[in-house]
Design a binder for this molecule. Structure first.
Ligand code: PLP
Length: 414
C-alpha cells in the first residue's frame, strides 16, 4: 500500500472479523480463506442488517410518495449521498451521481461528456493497465465519432511510464483516463501528478477509483481530477451501487445519459426539461436498499478509519509479498514498490485455473483469469493469472494457510 505514517495504528483484526459472518464459513470442509476482495468485498453484519431493516420497516420508492414510508426511504437513500460526498472529499453532495457501479459511471462520462466532444482526429488517452470498463466504453465512442484511442505504456514491473503519459497529452486528446489502483497489479498511480499535467493542458482526467475507494483515504479535491468513478460492492456495500463524482461545471454542462422517470422537471411532447444535478442523471427507480446499505458500509469504514485500514493492509501486503517470495517457480505480475495488497501470479508448470480450483478445495478463494484486463495480459504474454487480493479483515494466519495450500498443489501439479 502507499506510504503511510509509521505511527498509524493497525486494526484489531481478530475482533473486527466477528463483524463479518461469512468469514466463519467452511468451504469444502475447510475454514474459508477469502482472498478475492478485489473482485467483491465481504459485508459486515451492519450492512446486512441495514438492508433487511430497510425492507422490513421503510420500504417505499424514493422521491415519489408523500407518505411516511416514502419519506423514510428518501431520507435514508439521500443520506448516503452526503456520506459518500464526505467520504471522498467532494465539495458538495450534488456532485455525487448514483450509478449501478463503476461501469455505469464511466459509460455516463463516455456518452454524455466525451461523445459530443469527439470528432475525426481527436483522441482519448488511456493506459495499458486498465480494466475493460475503462477501455471498452472509450472504444465504442471512438468508433461512433471517428476519434482514436491512445494507450500510455507501462514498465515490466507494472508501473505507468509517467513521462510517456504526459508526452501523449497532445492537443488532440479530449479526455484522459487512468485507474487509481490497478485491479491486477496493485500499482497505485500518481493521480495527483497526472491530474496536474492534464490541467496544465486543459485536458480533463477521469479516474477509475474502483480499487482505491475501499483501501485508501480519498480526497477528490486534492487529487485534482475531473471525474472519479467508484463501485459500492468493493467497499463493503451491496452490489448494484456505485457513483460518479464530477466537477459541478461538467455535470451542469452535460446532457442526461438515460431518460425516464425521476430525472425530469417537466415533460411535454414539445420538449422535456430536466431535474437539477445530480437527479438528471438518475432515471428510474434506483437500487434504494442497496444505497441505504452502502451508507452503513461508509459509516463502518469511517468508524475503523481509512488510514488505519490502509496501514493494516500495508502491513499484511508486506507479509504476503515475503511469503510468496519463498514459493519456488512463482512469478508476481506487478512489482511497483508501494503497491496495494493485490498479488497476481503464476507458478511454473501450473495453469492458473487449475491452481485456483485446487486452492478452492483447500478453502482458499482466489480469482483466476484475465481479470477483465485482456490488454494487460497481452502485454505480459499470458492468458491468465491467479490473483490473491487482501482486505483489512484478512490475517497472517490466512496467508500462511494460503501458502501451505500452494505448496500442497505444487507437489501434486508442478
Ligand atoms: C479497476 C476496476 N475498474 C472497473 C471495475 C468494474 O466495476 P463494476 O463491475 O462494479 O462496475 C472493476 C471491477 O472489477 C475494477 O477492478
Amino acid at each position: 500500500m502507499n506510504a503511510k505514517p509509521e505511527t498509524t495504528a493497525v486494526l484489531d483484526v481478530a475482533e473486527l472479523r466477528k463483524d463479518f459472518p461469512i468469514l466463519t464459513r467452511r468451504v469444502h470442509d475447510k475454514p474459508l480463506v477469502y482472498l478475492d476482495s478485489a473482485n467483491t468485498s465481504q459485508k459486515p453484519q451492519v450492512v446486512i442488517d441495514t438492508v433487511s431493516h430497510f425492507f422490513e420497516h421503510s420500504n417505499a420508492n424514493v422521491a415519489r410518495a408523500v407518505h411516511q414510508l416514502g419519506d423514510e426511504a428518501t431520507t435514508a437513500y439521500e443520506a448516503t449521498r452526503d456520506k459518500l460526498a464526505a467520504f471522498i472529499g467532494a465539495n458538495a453532495r450534488d456532485e455525487i451521481v448514483f450509478t449501478s457501479g463503476t461501469t455505469q459511471a464511466i459509460n455516463l462520462v463516455a456518452y454524455s461528456y466525451a461523445l459530443p466532444r469527439l470528432g475525426e482526429g481527436d483522441s482519448i488517452l488511456t493506459t495499458q493497465m486498465e480494466h475493460h470498463a475503462n477501455i471498452v466504453p472509450w472504444q465504442l465512442v471512438c468508433q461512433r465519432s471517428g476519434a482514436s484511442l491512445k494507450v500510455a505504456p507501462i514498465t515490466e514491473s507494472g508501473e505507468l511510464i509517467v513521462e510517456a503519459f504526459v508526452k501523449a497529452l497532445t492537443p488532440d486528446v479530449k479526455l484522459a483516463c487512468v485507474t487509481h489502483v490497478s485491479n491486477v497489479l496493485g500499482t497505485i498511480n500518481p493521480v495527483r501528478q497526472l491530474a496536474r499535467e492534464c490541467r496544465k493542458r486543459g485536458i480533463p482526467l477521469l479516474v477509475d477509483g474502483s480499487q482505491a475507494a475501499p483501501h485508501l483515504p480519498l480526497d477528490v479535491k486534492s487529487l485534482g481530477c475531473d471525474f472519479y468513478a467508484l463501485t459500492g460492492h468493493k467497499m463493503l456495500g451491496p452490489t448494484g451501487t456505485g457513483a460518479l463524482w464530477a466537477r459541478r461545471e461538467h455535470l451542469d454542462a452535460i446532457p442526461p445519459f438515460f431518460g425516464g422517470g425521476e430525472m425530469i422537471r417537466e415533460v411535454k411532447f414539445s420538449g422535456t426539461t430536466f431535474a437539477d444535478v445530480p437527479h438528471k442523471f438518475e432515471a428510474g427507480t434506483p437500487n434504494i436498499a442497496g444505497f441505504v446499505g452502502l451508507g452503513a458500509a461508509i459509516d463502518y469504514l469511517n468508524d475503523l478509519g481509512m488510514d488505519r485500514i490502509a496501514a493494516t493492509e500495508h502491513e499484511l501486503g508486506g507479509y504476503m509479498a515475503e511469503a510468496l517470495a519463498g514459493v519456488p517457480g512463482l512469478r508476481i505480475y506487478g512489482q511497483a514498490p508501494d503497491k496495494a495488497a493485490v498479488f497476481s501470479f503464476l507458478i511454473e508448470g501450473i495453469h492458473a485455473h487449475d491452481l485456483a480450483t485446487m486452492l478452492d478445495l483447500e478453502g482458499v478463494a482466489v480469482r483466476s483469469g484475465h481479470h477483465c484486463a485482456h490488454p494487460l495480459m497481452q502485454f505480459y504474454g499470458v492468458p491468465a493469472t491467479v490473483r490473491a487480493s487482501l482486505a483489512f479483515y484478512n490475517t497472517r494466519e490466512e496467508i500462511d494457510r494460503f501458502v501451505e495450500a500452494i505448496a500442497k498443489v505444487r507437489k501434486l501439479l508442478a
